[in-house]
Design a protein around this ligand. Structure first.
Ligand code: DAK
Length: 259
């Protein structure tokens, strides 16, 4: 896979996705979005890839937001299109059937934080900074920041961060539940790998089911409890379930195939 704005590498079943515009603090322009979508599409069908770790190039930024220089002169219609397109792509990440971890290695602002929030798990380096500064630019967040921040940290603190545009440090993000762990920057990828490897030892079928069930909690018109009944029931027809229970009863480690 060869992209201009994103680096990719597959190692031990993990696809490393590195946003690669370090001089622009990995700001997300249209090209990044379309490359990211192509990467997700490819990863979905590539059996070699079991999970994704997304990070930013350099030591300063995960992504400092949507590319302000690119959208500065957009019309109302272009603004709506930009937002709808970004939301669609980030939703793809949120309901992706393979686990996605955001390794947040610096600024995660605006669209950058929205991308991190669309991932299943967020690990931050101790120099990471988080915020939705869009109001300072005269726009509301456009890639579902108002929705996912509220889901993750609750209305009271979310609306404060969204209305003030304030930036918070990694330790505060941890307290708020915005990130799962904070580690020194040099340990960021290894911590992300540890968590990913633990997930990859589980049944991929069951992990994908968990992703769908959790998403159902937040999806209008879908009963998450019913979704769980369905997902739970489906597992009984899988090879992974037979393998998992057999391994338990025979006191051995399971070897899941994801079937
Ligand atoms: N876009 C484009 N370039 C950016 C950028 C961004 N978001 N953030 C940084 N850069 C560029 C800077 O312009 C600078 O480039 P040069 O001037 O050297 O060419 C380079 O990256 C280094 O940045 P700084 O020199 O500013 O570095 P500092 O360490 O001094 O400051 C900073 C770091 C992160 C505090 C600062 O760069 C900053 O405040 N950046 C902007 C952060 C921000 O406001 N982010 C939110 C972007 S708004 C929408 C849909 C979605 C969105 C909006 C509308 N519609 C549907 C309409 C989403 C909006 C956002 O994400």
């Amino acid at each position: 896979m060869d992209y201009k704005n994103i680096l990719t590498e597959i190692k031990d079943g993990i696809l490393y996705v590195t946003l690669n515009r370090p001089k622009q603090l990995n700001a997300l322009n249209k090209a990044v979005f379309s490359e990211f979508e192509a990467i997700l599409n490819d990863a979905e069908n590539n059996d070699e890839i079991k999970g994704l770790i997304i990070t930013g190039s350099g030591e300063k930024a995960f992504a400092a937001g949507a590319d302000i220089k690119e959208f500065a002169h957009f019309t109302v219609e272009q603004g709506k299109e930009l937002s709808a397109n970004g939301q669609r792509i980030f939703k793809k990440a949120e309901i992706f059937k393979k686990p996605i971890i955001a390794a947040v290695n610096g600024f995660a602002l605006g669209g950058g934080l929205e991308l991190a929030m669309a991932c299943h798990i967020r690990i931050a380096s101790d120099n990471a900074r988080f915020g939705q500064p869009e109001v300072s630019l005269g726009v509301t967040p456009g890639y579902a920041g108002t929705q996912r921040l509220t889901q993750l940290i609750g209305k009271g603190k979310a609306i404060e961060l969204l209305m003030t545009g304030a930036m918070i440090k990694a330790d505060e993000a941890l307290k708020l539940g915005l990130v799962n762990y904070v580690v020194p920057q040099k340990e960021l990828i290894s911590k992300s790998e540890d968590i990913m490897k633990t997930i990859l030892q589980q049944s991929p079928v069951a992990v994908a089911g968990v992703i769908r069930c959790v998403d159902a909690f937040f999806t209008d018109g879908i009963d998450g409890f019913k979704t769980e009944v369905e997902e739970f029931g489906k597992c009984f027809g899988t090879e992974d379930f037979k393998e998992g229970t057999d391994a338990f009863m025979n006191k051995r480690k399971p070897d899941f195939t994801g079937k």
